[in-house]
Ligand binder design. Structure first.
Ligand code: HEC
Length: 465
């Protein structure tokens, strides 16, 4: 085919495609009942319902209709600050295999967009799927925990300033050592959920966060770290092979609780729900450390929409990063995590950031970054300290490091595990087999997965012969 003919053919095909698309749009029969409600029921109404955390319910057509344009706007933000659902992992870069992925698909975004363009028709009410029901009695996302430990009640006056402080040790009551598979934390309070309020998440909560660990009082070297409770946080599920130890006779020792008033006098306590591994479980892997972040040298200029923070760490052990959890404060807008190994630089993850929401992205086991010791990990934060960032109170202000939301933090607080040489080689061999990788293949985040490494340890019996 000559080039000219090709171009003509191409143009004709393109024109036809455009016509077809146009016709499809013109006759778009996307309706609330048939197409949009199922998306909202699957992705939104667990929060957007009467008694949910969101400010307005999105269950019926009458409830949704006034929000149609706003729903389109918020969902099309995809991974940017302000997006709904609040889940910001970027699609076009980094590892995509995460557990409990909350992102809408491009098809779902298109349906919402077409529906709003067609002036948000209701369609046939009889076609509406059943509204999902939620059990609010317990409200544990992971189901009833094996062990629940409660803090004492705290009282926060409606108009009091923020409070930081330590609270007393709380015995777990455990009489034998057990391993913790997952932990979920929730605040239980007497605040009126319908009172509104202008603080984060409709004034529902007074505990902003609590950092804690467990220790056996009076015994040395019994400290075990656990993830911080933060408002709106999803549960923490630990690597199956690296459950956390909860010792017999241990107590929760909160390091610091941060309380903030929500506009109404509120009495509250926290409940820590432990999900335990069966008796006899032994972890094969140890929790690891990345030590990524910087709590001292942050300087964000007033009215600067685009400054960057960088932090590097060298891995001292082979490390599997089970989850990515960036932690910034109000000016934070985006975070990326890179691995530098030899002359190879890989972006493992990038996500948008919204200081209203604490989000953790947990990798599917075979896709979690698996990095050899010596790898340099690099955390990059993109800060937007401008008037267009709604989380910034007054963008004219310079801000440095500190605990308050108007100051800055810059951390990776996801989970990781460290591996011995033998475990590292075995983990890679397992992946090669399960994912059908061959020598020379490349798996993002696993620079040696496709390398020719002879097996070590028990599988290697050649040296004995
Ligand atoms: C995890 C709970 C949660 C989920 C899931 C969620 N939302 Fe929201 N949504 C909220 C909360 C809380 C707010 C108010 C605070 C904020 O904007 O961050 C909000 C705000 C909004 C707003 C803006 C309201 C306003 O006053 O401007 C829209 C629109 C919205 N959500 C739509 C959706 C849609 C559509 C989905 C599903 C595709 C969704 N949300 C999923 C909790 C949620």
């Amino acid at each position: 085919m000559s080039f000219k003919k090709f171009c003509l053919t191409f143009t004709a095909v393109a024109a036809m495609t455009m016509l077809v698309t146009f016709e499809a749009n013109a006759q778009s029969d996307v309706t609330f009942s048939e197409h949009v409600a199922p998306i909202l029921y699957d992705n939104c109404v667990h929060c957007h319902r009467a008694g949910g955390v969101a400010p307005m319910p999105l269950t019926t057509y009458d409830e949704v209709r006034p929000w149609a344009a706003m729903i389109k706007y918020k969902t099309q933000l995809r991974d940017k600050m302000g997006a709904m659902p609040p889940y910001y992992l970027e699609r076009d870069i980094g590892i995509q295999n995460v557990k409990d992925d909350e992102r809408l698909s491009e098809e779902e975004l298109q349906i919402i967009s077409d529906w709003v363009a067609a002036e948000a028709p209701q369609g046939n009410p009889a076609a509406l799927p059943a509204v999902p029901q939620f059990d609010d009695s317990g409200n544990w996302k992971l189901g009833e925990p094996d062990l629940i430990v409660k803090t004492g009640e705290v009282f926060v006056q409606g108009d009091s300033p923020d409070w930081w402080g330590e609270i007393d040790l709380i015995p777990t009551g455990l009489t034998e050592d057990r391993y913790v598979a997952a932990v979920e934390m929730r605040e239980v309070n007497d605040a009126d959920p319908n009172a509104g309020g202008e603080t984060v998440v409709g004034g529902r909560w007074v505990v902003h966060h609590m950092s804690w660990m467990t220790t056996v009082p009076g015994e040395e070297d019994t400290r075990v770290d656990f993830p911080t409770h933060e408002l709106g946080r999803n549960p923490d599920v630990f690597d199956e092979k690296a459950a956390r130890l909860l010792r017999a006779g241990s107590s929760i020792s909160p390091l610091v609780m941060h309380l903030h008033s929500n506009g109404q006098d509120t009495t509250a306590h926290l409940e820590i729900g432990f999900y335990l591994q069966p008796v006899g479980y032994e972890p094969a892997l140890k929790p690891g450390r990345l030590g990524l972040g910087d709590g001292l040298n942050i300087s964000v200029n007033g009215n600067d929409p685009a400054s960057e923070l960088h932090s590097y760490a060298v891995l001292k052990q082979h490390t599997k990063i089970s989850s990515f959890e960036p932690h910034l404060h109000a000016p934070g807008a985006r975070v990326c995590l890179e691995a530098i190994w030899g002359n190879q630089i890989e972006t493992l993850a990038c996500s948008g950031y919204d200081h209203n929401w604490v989000k953790q992205y947990t990798y599917e086991d075979d896709y979690a970054p698996l990095l050899p010791k010596g790898t340099i990990v690099h955390l990059i934060a993109y800060m937007d300290n401008s008037a267009s960032n709604p989380n910034v109170v007054d963008s004219r202000n310079w801000s440095g490091s500190g605990n308050r939301s108007v100051s800055n933090m810059f951390l990776h607080i996801g989970h990781q595990v460290s591996l011995t040489d033998e475990q590292f080689v075995q983990e890679m061999a397992g992946r090669r087999e399960r994912l059908g990788l061959r020598m020379g293949d490349h798996l993002l985040g696993c620079p040696l997965c496709g390398a020719n490494i002879p097996p070590l340890g028990p599988e290697d019996d050649s040296s004995d012969e």
